[in-house]
Design a protein around this ligand. Structure first.
Ligand code: ZN
Length: 109
C-alpha cells in the first residue's frame, strides 16, 4: 500500500434506502427497516470501533495474530474490519485501507 492510498482510504460498497436512509453493507432486495427501495452506495473511509478482538488461531490465508473490529462507518453501516494486532480499542478512529470482496482492512488513525 502506498502512502497516498493510506491517507485517502477506501470506501466500502453497500446500499442505502431511498426512503429512510438506512445504510447496509450487505445485499438486500429492499430496506431491512422500512422495506423501501435501495440504491448502491459507498461508505467510509473512516469510522469508530464498536468492539474488537485479536485472533490468535491460524485461519487459511491469514497469519495470526491479527485484529478484528466491528467499525461503525461514518454515515454508514457497522462492518467487520481486519486490522494489524493489537486491535484498536472501542471508541478508536479507524481508516479503511482496502476492500477486496468481503474482506475489509483498516488501521487505527
Ligand atoms: Zn428504509
Amino acid at each position: 500500500m502506498s502512502a497516498g492510498e493510506d491517507a485517502v482510504g477506501a470506501r466500502v460498497p453497500g446500499l442505502r434506502c431511498t426512503g429512510c436512509g438506512h445504510p447496509t453493507a450487505f445485499w438486500a432486495p429492499c430496506c431491512p427497516v422500512c422495506r423501501g427501495e435501495v440504491k448502491p452506495a459507498a461508505f467510509g473511509p473512516r469510522g469508530t470501533v464498536w468492539s474488537s478482538t485479536v485472533v490468535r488461531v491460524p485461519v487459511a490465508g491469514l497469519e495470526p495474530p491479527y485484529g478484528l473490529a466491528y467499525v461503525d462507518l461514518d454515515d454508514g453501516p457497522r462492518v467487520l474490519v481486519r486490522t494489524i494486532a493489537p486491535s484498536p480499542p472501542p471508541g478508536a478512529q479507524v481508516l479503511i485501507t482496502s476492500v477486496e470482496g468481503d474482506s475489509v482492512q483498516g488501521r487505527q488513525v
